[in-house]
Design a binder for this molecule. Structure first.
Ligand code: MF3
Ligand code: CO
Length: 259
């Protein structure tokens, strides 16, 4: 049980994977509109992933012996994470969480955001905004010498200050050659020692925030996680690198410098 430290070459590969993941996420977020099905969103994202010569890191990814069947995760409204693409259509006032993970030359970039379809209620808008702020609060604490719990506390404090709740059953994670590496990065503090952050660690920080109660359950499809009370949930995620100084966000969209 150890946390991989990436060397300069590995970090460069992580930058490229992060760039592709972020570019595909941005393109998919801009492409989503009222009337499209989640299947169409998934297919669009798949075509963009292919365009960049990458592979979905989620398609076929094994969790408890079952393989994830879609290219990206699309989770709407009361869906928290791991929503499956299908016939559900996007309608006005929906919020749509898109989670894109890609593999490029053996390294993974993982990121997510929640997009709003037109005029959402003020409460929903606030939920999405606070979740995004919580992500950046968490990132700002990813400093060498800090601990994982410093990230967790920053996320949790922001969320709970607004009366929202963080999901307990799913957490952020180390990311690199694998989608899920050590350490786990909960969005809540539970006491006890957590690992110290060191330069070269690459982490996926990902607050999953519910407007109502923290409790979640699975839909009968065995993948889709929904809130127990049916209230909406938002999800924002970046892959970052711990450096000697400020954290570096690896999931930034943009052209590849080698292109
Ligand atoms: N972004 C998700 C995570 O960080 C990955 C989805 S897992 C899959 O845990 F099973 F849906 F692929
Ligand atoms: Co992730």
């Amino acid at each position: 049980m150890s946390i991989p430290i990436k060397d300069a070459a590995e970090l460069e590969a992580m930058r490229e994977a992060g760039r592709v993941a972020a570019t595909v996420l941005k393109e998919a977020a801009e492409w989503v509109k009222v009337g499209v099905t989640t299947r169409e969103i998934d297919e669009y994202a798949a075509s963009r992933i292919r365009h960049y010569g990458a592979r979905s890191a989620f398609l076929g990814y094994e969790v408890s012996g079952r393989k994830y069947p879609c290219n990206i995760c699309i989770s709407m409204n009361e869906e928290v994470v791991h929503g499956l693409a299908g016939k559900r259509k996007v309608v006005p006032t929906d919020i749509v969480s898109l989670d894109v993970g890609v593999r490029v030359d053996g390294f993974i970039g993982d990121n997510a955001r929640t997009v709003m379809m037109g005029e959402c209620s003020q409460t929903t808008e606030k939920l999405v905004e606070v979740t995004r702020e919580a992500l950046y609060d968490g990132i700002s604490r990813a400093l060498p010498g800090n601990r994982v719990a410093d990230i967790s506390a920053a996320v949790q404090n922001r969320v709970e200050a607004h009366g929202y709740s963080v999901v307990r059953e799913f957490v952020g994670h180390g990311v690199g050659r694998q989608v899920h590496e050590e350490p786990q990065i909960p969005n809540f503090v539970s006491g006890g020692n957590t690992p110290e952050l060191r330069p070269g660690m690459t982490l996926a920080i990902e607050p999953m925030v519910n407007a109502g109660v923290a409790k979640v359950k699975f839909l009968p499809d065995g993948w889709t996680v929904v809130t127990r009370d049916g209230q909406p949930s938002a999800h924002w995620e970046h892959t970052i690198a711990v450096t000697e100084g400020e954290p570096e966000i690896l999931t930034c969209p943009g052209p590849s410098p080698s292109a």
